[in-house]
Ligand binder design. Structure first.
Ligand code: IFM
Length: 468
């Protein structure tokens, strides 16, 4: 594929392109200008939690280099940039005194973006809970949802005049289940009841924040979910039952309350007596299910499940949350360095499935999609990341197929603008359109960056939108 290739995916006029990052993954400056510690500071500083004992202390140093990064965005010609606010930069203890220098940083970033003609899309929570709130119970307790609402109100009041799109939560699945049940993410807990309470309180937090954002006349309000296209490894009854449990765990815990105002029909089959926990209160479903302007969908790969224990060792198996299922990898396809199979058609299927199931589905934005590969740096410093370009091409084509099938998809954000801190996997996974040398913090656009820039330019020319 070359820039002049007529094989660029064809997307409709008005379709928007962007890139995404998250505060803890790129900002660094973890203890500067009054920022308070988050659960990811604590977790990454705990021995054995992250690959190579990596932390976000410096990361890409975006906090100091944001102007250079906005210049990279401008060079790409993107319409929008999705970033997250570090809650503990604004409110170092999660509640209480506001940190003016933290507020100022996002003012500067937003103004720099607007001056470059790029519309800010803000995620309020991308996993970095203030540690002070975790010390009081974290997402296990309802008070954290109230604290989140107050933080959302503060951010909306300060930035609402300039932010185009607000995302309350990023991938609450990971916050609740990877953080409180599997323990692979901060805060590193392994509690099934705690994880279900966390899932519910995250949804309540979303609903309360939506109210605050509406009160502040925020422009577009939504949430981002990492939804999965899931298959059963066989049609045996036990594997089909495992599929139903996996659908509840990965998708329906979120989509049913948010998009249909109900709890998942098969939740008892999945969680047993824990399903209807005391954390649920009358009125919560109405709060959580308030109409949204958009649904953000993050997609990377499909998954296949079987009843645990699986009967064969022919495929790699992984057991996550303990609900009697095993995740398998029977995909005879190439994988990214995350070990994720590359199956673009699964994105089309996922989007079409949502469209068919939820009559109230709001417009969809693909708020993350991208791939980590072993990038090789050529002697002249360039990075010929053809695998990443092919991945992005094929997934954008999958989005185009979903649109052709009737799904209202408005835009697409590449994950990520920069190579960055990939959570428990440290700095070993490179997702960026731009390479970051972690010794010098030098940024080098990869071939995929140039490809994406040319795609956006070609799209604007074809749809007769003004070039940037
Ligand atoms: O890096 C993460 C991001 O923070 C959330 N979505 C998935 C990405 C890749 O793992």
């Amino acid at each position: 594929m070359t820039p002049a290739d007529p094989d660029f995916p064809v997307l409709p006029a008005g379709f928007r392109f962007g890139t995404a990052t998250a505060a803890y993954q790129v900002e660094g400056a973890h203890d500067q200008d009054g920022r308070g510690p988050s659960i990811w500071d604590t977790f990454s500083h705990t021995p054995g939690r992250t690959l190579g004992a990596a932390t976000g202390d410096t990361s890409c140093d975006h906090y100091h280099r944001y102007q250079e990064d906005v210049a990279l965005l401008r060079g790409l010609g993107v319409d929008s940039y999705r970033f997250s606010i570090a809650w503990s930069r604004l409110l170092p203890r999660g509640t209480g005194p506001v940190n003016p220098k933290g507020l100022d940083f996002y003012d500067r970033l937003i103004d720099e973006l607007l001056a470059a003609g790029i519309r800010p899309a803000v995620t309020l929570y991308h996993w970095d809970l203030p540690q002070a709130l975790e010390d009081r119970g974290g997402w296990r307790v309802r008070e954290t949802a109230a604290a989140f609402a107050a933080y959302a109100a503060l951010a909306a009041e300060r930035y609402g005049d300039r932010v185009e799109r607000w995302i309350t939560l990023n991938e609450p699945y990971c916050s609740a289940f990877v953080g409180y049940a599997e323990g692979r993410h901060a805060p590193g807990a392994r509690e099934s009841g705690g994880a279900l309470a966390a899932a519910h309180h995250l949804l309540v937090a979303h609903g309360l924040a939506v109210r605050e954002l509406r009160d502040a006349a925020a422009r577009e309000v939504g949430i981002t979910l990492n939804l999965d296209r899931i298959h059963a490894v066989s049609s045996l009854p036990e594997d089909r039952a495992a599929l139903r449990r996996a659908e509840v765990l990965h998708n329906e815990v979120w989509t049913e309350p948010l998009l249909a105002g109900r709890y998942p029909a098969r939740e008892t089959e999945t969680w047993g007596g824990l399903a209807d926990g005391p954390w649920r209160r009358p009125g919560d479903l109405e709060l959580i299910g308030a109409p949204l302007d958009f649904l953000g969908v993050n997609f990377y790969r499909p998954i296949t499940v079987a009843a645990a224990p699986h009967r064969s060792d022919e495929v790699e198996a992984r057991t996550a949350v303990d609900i009697g299922l095993t995740e398998l990898d029977p995909y005879g396809t190439t994988h990214t360095t995350m070990g994720w199979p590359i199956v673009p058609g699964a994105l089309t299927e996922l989007l079409c499935g949502l469209h068919a199931r939820y009559p109230q589905l709001p417009p969809v934005w693909i708020t993350e999609n991208g791939a980590a590969f072993e990038d090789e740096v050529a002697p002249d410093g360039s990075v010929h990341d053809t695998s990443r370009t092919a991945y992005l091409h094929d997934h954008l084509a999958a989005v185009a197929d979903a649109i052709a099938a009737g799904v209202d998809v408005r835009g697409y954000y590449v994950w990520s603008l920069l190579d960055n801190f990939e959570w428990a996997r440290g700095y070993a996974q490179r997702f960026g359109l731009v390479r970051v040398d972690y010794d010098t913090l030098t940024r080098t656009p990869k071939d995929s960056y140039h490809w994406y820039r040319d795609l956006i330019t070609a799209h604007r020319a074809r749809t007769e939108e003004p070039a940037r």
